[in-house]
Write a protein that binds this ligand. Sequence first.
Ligand SMILES: *Cc1c(COP(=O)(O)O)cnc(C)c1O
Length: 433
Amino acid sequence: MRYYSTNNRASSVSLHEAVVKGLASDRGLFMPEKIKTLPKEFFDNIDKMSFHEIACTVADAFFGEDVEEEALKDIVCDTLSFDCPVMKVTDSIYSLELFHGPTLAFKDVGARFMARLLGYFIESERKETVNVLVATSGDTGSAVANGFLGVEGIHVYVLYPKGKVSRIQESQFTTLGQNITAVEIDGVFDDCQALVKNAFMDEELNRHMKLTSANSINVARFLPQAFYYFNAYARMKERNAADNMVVCVPSGNFGNITAALFGQEMGLPIKRFIAANNANDIFYKYLQTGNYEPKPSVQTIANAMDVGDPSNFARIMDLYSNDYDTIKGRINGASFSDDEIKETMKQCFDDNKYILDPHGACGYLALKNELKAGETGVFCETAHPAKFKETVEEAINSHVEIPERLAEFMKGTKQSVGLYKEFKSFKAFLMSR
Ligand SMILES: *Cc1c(COP(=O)(O)O)cnc(C)c1O
């Protein structure tokens, strides 16, 4: 399969190159030239298949041409060492729990898959270290750092905004050591993202070291996220609840929802999508006006969605040939204030005894507001509520248990490098490595 850039359909690269480069040389995002439709029999029998079987079928459609069959199976099964169950919350609303991985957030799936696929590709040509640069507003850093921890031939630099990441999140990528370096930037998330993008464009730096990205812009991270949407459909079909299924994704950089949109292109019967935003409502405004106007991100209690210029917007535009009406027809929007998010966590806990995290709360509330008669909603619960312990406990006025694997991280010692947000200082730091 060839992968073209969203900025230029005419030039394309191999999967190997797309994974190693992350971003196209013209700053576009890579897109697969073909999205294969899966056969009707697959969907007819999907409820009898396991998560691993479903994921292997989907992985084969994406990567089967470029990765040996057995190796791909191993990568998929290794990645999905945990389940992504669908839990009933109300009669018509279900939670797709994506927080059962090592760092308790959905990004574990994409990060673990990418680490293994990159490892597979560079094994054959292991001459120099590949350096993974990743900007994080919270959960990306921990998922990527843990996904790559100890992988030979790869060094990871995690850039995060000083003081804007929760202590629990921070502990998950600043305490690891080994091949993981945490870089604390005196700025906001968008500054971190800009530093990463600039690093890829800097010729001198790229001569000095081999760089790649692990943000959701990397095809090896965002495509595997489709696995659990297929599985969610299967588990809903098992319950006879898969007709008129509406999928709601709490969105920041829009990688997670874009994977679901790909699923629909492959034939997955999802009726419509809702992209739930916090106060960072760029996409929501786009749906209302047709104008895409990026702006600086504002800090919210759902901080992993504090994104002012969602990078995967380019992929959504490309997928639907820049057609506003098509996009509006497929995806609805929603945007919520911190107060609404807190109130929702409380209500959902009081009514259903289900504890939402602030991101999942946006998904749940959007469904509660927008679901029509006869529809069943599935929202992504993108992180474990304990990752936002103080916020959640205050909102629901009850105790949130910290899972053992999360408590382990918090015992470690913080190690990080502090830098200013100017590219000059970041570049100098990398040049000295
Ligand atoms: C990253 C993240 C999101 C946003 O996902 P995107 O793919 O960037 O849209 C939502 N919730 C949590 C908990 C996250 O970590």
